[in-house]
Design a protein around this ligand. Structure first.
Ligand SMILES: Cc1cc2nc3c(=O)[nH]c(=O)nc-3n(C[C@H](O)[C@H](O)[C@H](O)COP(=O)(O)OP(=O)(O)OC[C@H]3O[C@@H](n4cnc5c(N)ncnc54)[C@H](O)[C@@H]3O)c2cc1C
Length: 390
C-alpha cells in the first residue's frame, strides 16, 4: 500500500504557476493528490522564465548550513527530474554541467577565496584552484589581469523557458488542471478555521482541502490579504543576452554579482542586477550598460559578441535570503513554498518533493526548522534583501 493512501484524492489548490507551484503540483499528482494550479496570468512567465538557470547559489558559503543541505538535496534530484520530464514530454531543459569559474583579480577588494574553498571542502563540492595560465587555457576570452581562478567543474545549468515548457507539458499530459487568468484573492474556511476553498477575483469558489501559497514575488501581498505575515517582496533582476560563436566561453563565469552563462548555441546570458524597486517593470540603459561594462572587463574577448535581447524578472526576495517552506500554524490546510529569491530553480525539485510529501502527510526527510514560515525576520543579512532604492 502506498504511504499516501489515506490522503489519496486530497484536493490541493496550488496558488501560482511558476516553477515552484507547477512542479509541486506534478509531484502531488504522482503521490495520488488532486492538485489544481491557479495562475493569475500565464504559467511560467514570471521569475521562473526570466532567471539564468544556474544550479548553484551565488555565494553559498554565506548561507547557514541548512541551506546547503537543502540545495544539495535538490540538486541531487536534478538527474531524475530531467529524465522524468524528458520521458514524459520529449522536451529537454538542456541540463548539463558546464562548470562555474570565478576569476580572481589582483585588485579585488574582497574575494571569497578562503571561504569558498573551506565551504567546498566541508560539503564535498569538487573545486580546483587554477593559476593565471590555467585560467586562460580554460577560458580564452578572459582578462589578462586575472591572477587565477576557482573552478567548480560539476556546477550545472538549465534553460528556464525550456524547463517551464517541459513542466507545463507534463501537467497537461497528466491531466492536471491549470487555470490561467485565475487570480486567487481570498481563502474559504469552515467553522473550525480549516481551509476548504480558494476564492478567485471573479468570485468563483474553488473547493480545496489544502492550499499552497506559491505566488513568487506576489506572495507577501497575497499573504497580507489572507491575514498572514510573510515578508516576501520583489527584487528586480535585469539580464542582457549576447550571441557569439558557440564555445566562445564554456563555463559559467562569475565575478561579484555579474555572471555570464553560455548556452550551447552561442547565446550568452549576462546577469543580473539586484534592485529593490517594487514591481517596477522594464529594463534600463544604465543597468544594461553596467552589465556590459563588467562583461568586457572580465572577458574582453566578448566585445565582439552581439547584444540580441534584454529582459527582467522579479525574484521572490526574503529578508534572510532563504525560502519559506511548510504549514502555517493555526491555519489548518494552508501551506507556503515561497521566497526562493535567487535560488528557486536550483531549489525547485527539492521543494516540490518535500512539500508534496509533507502536504500528503509524510514528515519531512530533513530538518526544515530554518525555513519555517513564522521564523523571526532578520534584517541586514548579507544574502537577504538589498537596500531599498525606491
Ligand atoms: C534575473 C533573475 C535571475 C535568476 N537566476 C537564477 C539562477 O541562476 N538560479 C536559480 O536557481 N534561480 C534564479 N533566479 C530565481 C528564480 O528564478 C526564482 O527563485 C524562481 O523562479 C521562483 O519561482 P516561483 O514559482 O516561486 O515564482 P514565479 O516564477 O514568479 O511564479 C509565481 C507565479 O505566481 C503567480 N501569482 C502571483 N499572485 C497570484 C495570485 N494571487 N493568484 C494566482 N497566481 C498568482 C504569478 O503570476 C507567477 O506566475 C533568478 C531570478 C531572476 C529574476
Amino acid at each position: 500500500m502506498s504511504n499516501f493512501k489515506q490522503a489519496e484524492g486530497k484536493r490541493v489548490a496550488v496558488i501560482g504557476g511558476g516553477v515552484v507551484g507547477c512542479l509541486t503540483a506534478l509531484y502531488l499528482h504522482e503521490l495520488g493528490a488532486k492538485p489544481i494550479v491557479l495562475e493569475k496570468g500565464m504559467t511560467g512567465q514570471q521569475s521562473s522564465w526570466a532567471g539564468a538557470g544556474i544550479l548553484c547559489p551565488i555565494h553559498p558559503w554565506l548561507y547557514p548550513d541548512s541551506f546547503t543541505h537543502l540545495i544539495d538535496r535538490s540538486l541531487a534530484m536534478y538527474p531524475a527530474m530531467n529524465e522524468m520530464l524528458l520521458d514524459k514530454t520529449g522536451l529537454s531543459m538542456q541540463w548539463h554541467k558546464s562548470g562555474l569559474l570565478i576569476p580572481l583579480f589582483e585588485d579585488d577588494r574582497i574575494h571569497h577565496r578562503e571561504e569558498a574553498l573551506a565551504w567546498s571542502r566541508r560539503f564535498t563540492w569538487k573545486v580546483e584552484e587554477l593559476d593565471a595560465a590555467q585560467t586562460q587555457a580554460h577560458e580564452k576570452t578572459i582578462s589578462e589581469q586575472v591572477s587565477g581562478s576557482l573552478l567548480w567543474p560539476e556546477v550545472g545549468q538549465i534553460r528556464n523557458p525550456r524547463l517551464l515548457a517541459a513542466v507545463k507539458k507534463a501537467l497537461e499530459l497528466c491531466h492536471i488542471p491549470v487555470r490561467e487568468h485565475a487570480e486567487v484573492v481570498a481563502l474559504g474556511e469552515d467553522s473550525q478555521g480549516d481551509i476548504n476553498a480558494v476564492i478567485l477575483a471573479n468570485g468563483e469558489v474553488v473547493p480545496a482541502d489544502a492550499a499552497l501559497l506559491a505566488a513568487g514575488s506576489w506572495s507577501g501581498e497575497l499573504a497580507k490579504q489572507i491575514g498572514l505575515e510573510l515578508p516576501v517582496e520583489p527584487v528586480k533582476g535585469q539580464i542582457v543576452l549576447l550571441k557569439d560563436e558557440p564555445g566562445k566561453i564554456n563555463h559559467i563565469i562569475k565575478h561579484d554579482d555579474v555572471y555570464m552563462v553560455p548556452r550551447s548555441d552561442g547565446h550568452i546570458l549576462v546577469g543580473a542586477s539586484m534592485e529593490r524597486v517594487g514591481f517596477e517593470e522594464g529594463t534600463t540603459e544604465k543597468v544594461i550598460d553596467s552589465l556590459l561594462d563588467a562583461t568586457y572587463r572580465i572577458t574582453p574577448g566578448l566585445k565582439s559578441a552581439k547584444v540580441v535581447n534584454q529582459w527582467m524578472g522579479f525574484r521572490p526576495g526574503s529578508p534572510d535570503g532563504m525560502p519559506y517552506l511548510g504549514p502555517v500554524e493555526g491555519r489548518q490546510g494552508l501551506w507556503v513554498a515561497s521566497g526562493h529569491y535567487r535560488n528557486g530553480v536550483a531549489l525547485a525539485p527539492g521543494t516540490a518533493d518535500l512539500m508534496s510529501r509533507w502536504i500528503m502527510g509524510e514528515k519531512p526527510a530533513m530538518d526544515l526548522a530554518d525555513f519555517r514560515v513564522d521564523r523571526p525576520v532578520v534584517e541586514l543579512s548579507k544574502i537577504g534583501l538589498p537596500a531599498r532604492s525606491k
